[in-house]
Design a protein around this ligand. Structure first.
Ligand SMILES: Cc1ncc(COP(=O)(O)O)c(C=O)c1O
Length: 485
């Protein structure tokens, strides 16, 4: 049985307004200058007339994303209803913009925020922007898989006890690999001490619609959540939602969003949010049931190959893996003597299979509503063949993905400080003023304000050698790093 909603989820007001608009044949003396594609035939040929015809600017019949009063407002109300939130904001700058608005709405310069260190770079970027001070809770680590897990309850409790002046606790729900902390307990701990609880749900859109999945942030009582509709929700790339709970002053959040949001919100992105929200509200349970079934099937088949370990709910331990998102197909590869990133490259180069990412010891195949069982079978047989062709002795391979940071100064102070550029080999002991990360997953190995230790340098070197896409540093080749002068 599908969920019951307060509003008519069959509606899609932005989409409906665009369909009405299309029929009106309005003569455009406004931007965009391609004028429904006529001025740029190559673009129209590539994207199609239907698509460029609704790439239009804000106007009264279509509302305005910066100050919604009609169809966008209605779409936001429907989204809030679908996600069980008090308010929902359509975001056209990716979940990065949702995460940043969430943090900028909660923290001011000098405020402390408690968070796990395995956050996406958008979180630490937000701290550079607003000057808040991170209080990191090191995530628990699975020694065999080398991946970071969730935060343990007693670690969060200790961080709260030691920092009663912190304004918020932030949680990944789930991590890229699908690991969930005990969100309900963390929300309670935060609220008991007057702190907000914020959730990065870039990888958790489906929690709101499927069944038997981990608890969503709004259900757990969190105050804000950033939702990547464009990941598991099926909308166009860069479209997301920011959700808020009853304690949050939504008018202020809108003002924060408008500090950095474009004044030319894309109707392609907004209509895709509207149509996708409708689809999830009406059919989400059935859609994600199928995704879970496919993931379970693939997990079993991959574990039958031998050598690989496709992990799942057996990792649950009641605390740092309080729950596991079993739509995620995460596979440990080290036992066949290949780093995750090597398997990732071989799958693309030799088998025309593009997966989400590979890191030191694991790969993640992202499963969603668009997958088919025959494609999974191709992945399984490619993995079996890779094992046969490339398996080697794993001795000497790096096993741990997470490197504990040594924080010396705040991200903002370090980012704006006087700095010098040094060759990587000469950076040990210095304080970094920029980011270094493998992308994806985009979790910094180094963030501004952190000490550059021997371990982290070895890790960077290893990731480079194995072919990870290294990003964040000013030097695109990452031969130099900016450090505090
Ligand atoms: C955990 C997490 N948060 C936030 C983001 C940012 O999302 P976007 O790429 O939509 O800006 C990502 C992107 O992969 C992510 O993995």
């Amino acid at each position: 049985m599908e969920k019951q909603y307060r509003l008519k989820q069959e509606r899609a007001p932005i989409y409906e307004a665009l369909e009405r608009f299309r029929k009106m044949r309005v003569v455009p003396f406004d931007v965009p200058g391609h004028k429904r594609g006529r001025g740029n035939p190559e673009l129209t040929e590539f994207l199609g007339e239907k698509c460029v015809g609704v790439d239009v600017n804000s106007m009264k019949p279509l509302d305005n994303l910066c100050h919604p009063v009609s169809v966008i407002r209605e779409a936001e109300q429907l989204a809030a209803d679908a996600f069980g939130a008090s308010r929902a904001f359509l975001m056209v700058g990716g979940t990065t913009s949702a995460v940043q608005s969430m943090i900028l709405s909660s923290c001011k310069r000098g405020d402390k925020i408690i968070l796990p260190r395995n956050v996406h770079k958008s979180v630490i970027n937000a701290l550079v922007l607003c000057g808040a001070i991170p209080v990191y809770v090191n995530p628990d680590v699975d020694k065999r898989l080398g991946i970071s897990l969730g935060m343990k309850r007693d670690q969060v409790a200790r961080a709260i006890r030691e920092n009663p002046d912190a304004v918020a606790v932030m949680v990944n729900n789930p991590t890229y690999y699908g690991v969930c902390s005990d969100l309900r307990a963390i929300v309670k701990m935060a609220h008991d001490t007057g702190m907000l609880c914020l959730a990065d749900e870039a990888h958790g859109t489906h929690f709101y619609f499927g069944s038997g999945l981990p608890v969503s942030a709004m259900t757990a009582g969190a105050d804000m959540a950033s939702i990547s509709m464009h990941k598991s929700g099926g909308s166009l790339t860069q479209s997301s939602f920011l959700l808020t709970g009853p304690k949050v002053h939504a008018g202020y959040v809108r003002q924060i969003i408008n500090l950095t949001q474009t004044t030319s919100g894309s109707y392609l992105l907004m209509s895709s949010l509207d149509i996708s929200r409708r689809r999830l509200a009406l059919h989400g349970r059935e859609i994600f049931h199928k995704v879970v079934d496919m993931a379970e099937y693939a997990r079993q088949e991959i574990n039958n190959i031998g050598g690989y370990y496709a992990f799942g709910r057996e990792l649950m331990n009641g605390d740092s893996v309080f729950d596991f998102d079993n739509t995620k197909l995460s596979i440990h590869t080290l036992d066949i003597g290949l780093a995750g990133i090597e398997v990732y490259d071989i799958l693309r180069d030799d088998y025309d299979i593009q997966i989400e990412f590979g890191d030191i010891g694991n790969i993640l195949a992202y499963l969603s509503m668009g997958d088919r069982i025959q494609d999974l079978e191709r992945l399984v047989s490619a993995l079996a063949e890779i094992r046969r062709r490339y398996q080697k002795d794993p001795t000497g391979m790096l096993t741990q993905e997470y490197v504990e940071p040594v924080v010396v100064t705040s991200p903002q102070e370090a980012f704006y400080a006087e700095k010098v550029s040094l060759p990587l080999e000469q950076c040990e002991g210095r304080v970094c003023s920029e980011f270094v990360m493998c992308y994806p997953p985009g979790i910094p190995l180094l963030a501004p304000g952190e000490k550059i230790t021997k371990t982290v340098l070895e890790h960077i070197q290893y990731a480079k050698e194995k072919g990870c896409s290294m990003t964040g540093s000013e030097d695109p080749e990452l031969k130099h790093l900016n450090v505090l002068a």
